[in-house]
Design a protein around this ligand. Structure first.
Ligand code: GUN
Length: 295
């Protein structure tokens, strides 16, 4: 039986509609709409697309948004100065600095300059640490989107064996934490990465396999246990002359072959990607409502 398609695009639309309804209610009660700001440095194609989609998602949710652009040669000091202003600005509920940044800027210094109460990306060490010990925190949008997909599709996670492929700070590591948490997925978790021996064998033991490597087609059918749930986080641009824009997005999973083995699978595009942006909106709403940090 072919796998169930986990439709992140449809679920993201539904959640954005739920958020818009809540914003409508808040504004009718006299509160102002949530307000997200995004800082975009330079003109990287991927980053431009992500930020444009974030602004569009704000519109769909009834949020205000502010896009702040800098050229590639902005100094770290200028960027930090703008972050301090946003930290102080009571009209902004949350903001993000789109990554990656140019090489002359220290990314970690930028991440740590953001007030944790406005860190809707969940990248600040305070949010990362609070999440890891199960305290209220802003949680990185991609892992939170994956957990939401699993929950809304009623996929059992408690006590299940989950293998996370990749150990990035944005996806792999927080994903491990969320799948591990009692209040999260409550799974038994293994993380595999570029130094892992017997990756295929580890993957075959997974009831839930989450691939976040950025290597197109890495996960083949022989690496998947029959009936496993497969989540594909990969969104690598690969050249494709048949497309108008000259590329297509490729996931980490060989979709055609793996969907013959898995019980459920996310497509690329239309799986995890739309959920990520939707969770950024959810975090921004939580920031506006002061749900995480109450003061
Ligand atoms: N670059 C890739 N993913 C992300 C993300 O979720 N947030 C930010 N700020 N930059 C990114």
């Amino acid at each position: 039986m072919p796998a169930t398609l986990i439709d992140g695009k449809a679920l993201a639309s539904q959640i954005k509609a739920e958020i818009a309804q809540e914003v409508n209610q808040l504004t009718s009660e006299g509160y102002r709409a949530p307000h997200l700001a995004a800082i975009l440095v330079g003109h990287d194609g991927g980053s431009e697309t992500y930020v444009r989609n974030k602004v569009l998602a704000c519109e769909a949710c009834g949020f205000d948004s502010t896009l702040i652009r800098y050229e590639d040669d902005v100094t770290e000091a200028e960027l930090l100065q703008r972050i301090h202003q946003l930290n102080q600005d009571d009209s902004i509920d949350g903001f993000i600095v789109q990554l990656p940044l140019p090489r002359h800027i220290n990314e970690q210094r930028v991440i740590e300059a953001v007030d944790p109460r406005k860190d809707v990306d969940g990248f600040h060490p305070i949010n990362v640490g609070r999440m890891a010990i199960g305290l209220p925190a802003f949680i990185s949008a991609t892992p939170l989107g994956i957990l939401t997909l699993l929950r809304r599709y009623n996929i059992a996670t408690k006590g299940k064996k989950c293998v996370v492929m990749g150990r990035s700070n944005i996806v792999g590591k927080p994903m491990v934490q969320l799948m591990l948490q009692k209040e999260g997925a409550d799974s038994t978790v293994t993380c595999v990465h570029s130094r892992t021996q017997n990756i295929a064998e580890e993957c075959r033991s997974a009831d839930i396999l989450i691939a976040a490597l950025g290597q197109p087609g890495f996960v083949t059918a022989d690496m998947v246990k029959p009936g496993a749930v497969v989540i594909d986080v990969g969104t690598t641009r690969v050249p494709d002359a048949s497309r108008k824009n000259g590329y297509r997005l490729s996931g980490d999973v060989d979709f055609e072959a793996v969907s013959e083995v898995a019980s459920a699978i996310t497509p690329v595009p239309g799986g995890v990607g739309p959920m990520t942006i939707c969770m950024l909106m959810q975090n921004t709403l939580a920031a506006a409502k002061k749900e995480i940090y109450k003061d």
